[in-house]
Design a protein around this ligand. Structure first.
Ligand code: SF4
Length: 465
């Protein structure tokens, strides 16, 4: 049997679609999606597989393969569909999957021979068997009760390590228990987290020989008991690790203690807003601005640095929100603050609400990247929101702002300085990388026009929490 030639592609993301991207190699880590999909290809199908991350290099359009699989987030959907259409026109079987496809499958379906809705652990191998048998279906949907146990380890060898700061990237859970209005996670995958057996996670870390690593779980403490088991199992490995969690960790001293002992050195948390009304309206009322200083202090006391993320454009935000929030980040000594535009990703409760209120300005998915304003803010103009975010970045990453924030950071000095200077570069170059010249310079597609007319100089943040 002739081997099935498979190419797995992550299309250019918002950070790379224009002028090569703002981040240099040193600030990127190896993503897990493609390498996980590669590992899931059934051993009984003779095949060759290659992984292409367009964050590194463009996809060769003359790719000589039988199957192309594209993973799609909303910000890459336009690029993914263009690639899909191109490869299908060349007679190659194209499969689309990922968060955007899971959120709105009917949007992706016309561009693919088959789509995968939900996590692909069971459906992707089935789909490949169907290709071999000549019985490919149009849609493969994750069945309830998916298990992450006993899955093959990601094929990290398939992406060139030299292009990333690290390929020591792991996951222990997927999903989250919370119902945040703007978040893709509960809409796409529900509110019951998927848990990897801790023994599997530890075995992957040991096999890979990682000592410094990143957990990409969206909320590592979504299941408290699982988190406790995981942290306890990590202690003997003597790791340094970074990950994501909610502020609730700071109120749970037993779990926080275990987290620190397991080697946690930094966490990304979505603080989101300094307005309690905003947080309540976003169904994230478990965040309380009154507690944010205590969150920072408790993390620092346990040797954990905080990457604190804020979103702007929520309904209570007025034009003074930007400097107020950025100055809070400085005074609270948040090690690495980040600022993004709240983005109504398709089919989320936020998108549905704004659509019902007639406030969605564009369905051009390229602009759904947490960098551009795609809806009408309530108490400010689109321009005020775009420019306000830039001012927040510049305030937090002024030399004075950096110094005031990092003096007492628990991170080693080279890390504090290196990361903050990286973000300072980002803050000072936002308008170069996130303006809309690249949209204005091409033929408009009708539905873009409302946006183009109102925004000529976008500037915001990296993708939020
Ligand atoms: S924003 Fe964070 S806490 Fe809220 S649902 Fe999403 S992952 Fe969970």
């Amino acid at each position: 049997m002739t081997p099935l030639r498979i190419a797995l592609i992550s299309p250019k993301g918002p950070l790379y679609r224009h002028r090569g991207g703002i981040w240099r190699k040193s600030l990127r880590y190896q993503p897990l999606t493609l390498t996980t999909l590669a590992a899931l290809i059934p051993a009984d199908i003779p095949h060759t597989v290659q992984c292409i991350d367009e964050g590194i290099a463009d996809v060769p359009l003359d790719l000589d393969v039988d199957v192309v699989g594209l993973t799609v987030i909303t910000g890459t959907a336009v690029r993914a569909y263009a690639l899909a259409d191109h490869f299908r026109a060349r007679g190659i079987t194209v499969v689309l999957g990922g968060p955007h496809v899971t959120l709105i499958p009917d949007d992706a379906q016309p561009h693919a021979d088959a789509i995968v809705v939900g996590y692909a652990e069971d459906t992707w191998p089935q789909l490949l068997h169907d290709i071999v048998a000549g019985t490919l279906q149009r849609r493969y949907t994750m069945a309830p009760g998916l298990s992450l146990a006993d899955r093959p380890f990601p094929r990290r060898d398939l992406l060139p390590g030299r292009h990333f700061i690290t390929n020591n990237v792991f996951e222990a859970t997927r999903g989250c228990v919370h119902p945040c209005e703007f978040c893709v996670v509960p809409t796409a995958w529900g509110r019951k987290p998927f848990l990897k057996p801790v023994a599997d996670v530890v075995a992957d870390i040991r096999r890979h020989g990682a000592k410094k690593l990143i957990f990409i779980d969206l909320n590592l403490i979504a299941d408290r008991e699982h988190a406790k088991t995981l942290f306890t199992a990590l202690i003997p490995l003597k790791l340094n690790w970074y990950g994501l969690a909610t502020v609730l960790l700071a109120d749970d001293l037993e779990l926080l203690e275990l987290c620190a002992r397991s080697g946690c050195r930094g966490l990304l948390m979505g603080l989101e807003s300094m307005s309690a009304a905003n947080l309540k309206g976003s169904r994230k009322g478990f965040n309380s601005p009154d507690n944010f200083v205590r969150v920072v202090e408790r993390l620092h006391a346990h040797g954990i640095a905080l990457q604190g993320c804020f979103v702007f454009g929520l309904d209570e935000d007025t034009p003074d929100v930007f400097l107020k929030t950025a100055e809070f980040a400085v005074q609270a000594k948040i090690d690495l603050p980040r600022f993004a535009v709240v983005t109504p990703f398709p089919n989320t409760p936020l998108h549905k609400r704004l659509e019902a209120e007639g406030r969605i300005l564009t369905r051009n998915w390229e602009l759904y990247d947490a960098q551009h304003v795609v809806f009408q803010p309530k108490h400010m103009s689109v321009e005020e929101l775009q420019r306000g975010i830039e001012s927040a970045w510049k305030h937090a990453y002024s030399l004075n702002g950096i110094w005031r924030r990092i003096r007492q950071s628990p991170a080693p000095w080279p890390v504090r300085i290196g990361t903050n200077l990286g973000y300072r570069f980002y803050a000072n170059n936002l308008s170069r990388f996130y303006n809309c010249d690249w949209i204005i310079g091409r033929a408009p597609s009708g539905q873009d026009m409302g946006y183009v007319e109102t925004s000529t100089d976008a500037a915001t943040a990296e993708v939020g929490s």
